[in-house]
Design a protein around this ligand. Structure first.
Ligand code: SAM
Length: 219
């Protein structure tokens, strides 16, 4: 596992804001600010728009995405977070799965100038649908905001032989009546039952209400 600091070069923090070194200088993906640092262009990574950035902002130290990682991204939406992962995994590949045709159109645009991002119109609950396009991956990242979040990522990790998982848990998608912290603990329990060890688990407040991020690996 590599700490956030060792991605230096592709991730930069000035102690307040976070940036990624742009894979595609001059181009904004979601209206983010572009800045020059040491003569290179970086894109501001907004923790209010990306749960992976908010994980770093709340003190998350486990960051398993490397320059050459192959990543399956479930719930890519129009590609906000996926584009920052694309800045980091420059020599890797991000398979971006999204099932909403409307979001998918934006995702296709985000992927157009980024050869390491591949858009896939598919349902994360049915990974066999996109098995032909993916092969094996190192990391599965899931942000699907629907029921059974732990099982959806675990099913994909099993099918694509991934050892590392990162899942954003939206408490209200699992159960609107339970305390978010109970939902997070139940998701961690479920991941352990599915054969994984929890590496880190953090509440994303104040950037995201009632969300946590769980990072885990195959036991
Ligand atoms: N991860 C995105 C980001 O940070 O840029 C935001 C994701 S948004 C919270 C959740 C997305 O998951 C939505 O675009 C939704 O359409 C998609 N989604 C929900 N269930 C899905 C499923 N079963 N398969 C594929 N996409 C799904």
């Amino acid at each position: 596992m590599i700490p956030v600091e060792s991605t230096k070069g592709s991730v930069f923090s000035d102690g307040n804001r976070i940036y990624t070194l742009s894979y595609n200088p001059g181009i904004r993906v979601y209206g983010e600010k572009l800045v020059r640092i040491s003569d290179q262009e970086y894109r501001e990574w907004n923790p209010r728009k990306s749960k992976l950035a908010s994980y770093i902002k709340v003190g998350g130290k486990v960051f398993p995405i490397k320059r050459d990682s192959r990543i399956l991204y479930l719930g890519a939406s129009s590609g906000t977070t996926a584009s920052h992962i694309s800045d980091i995994a420059v020599d890797g590949r991000i398979y971006c799965v999204e099932f909403s045709p409307r979001m998918f159109r934006g995702l296709v645009n985000s992927c157009a100038a980024r050869p390491n991002m591949l858009p896939i119109l598919g349902d994360a609950c049915n990974p066999a649908e996109y098995q032909f396009a993916v092969g094996s991956v190192d990391v599965v990242y899931a942000d699907v905001a629907q029921k059974r979040q732990a099982d959806i990522i675990a099913d994909n990790m099993d099918l694509f032989h991934a050892d590392i998982g990162i899942v954003a848990i939206k408490a209200r998608s699992e159960d609107v009546t339970s305390q978010p912290s109970d939902v997070y603990r139940a998701s961690e329990r479920r991941l352990r039952e599915r054969g994984f060890d929890i590496l880190d688990s953090r509440d994303l407040e104040p950037y995201e209400n009632s969300h946590s991020m769980i990072l885990f690996k195959r036991a």
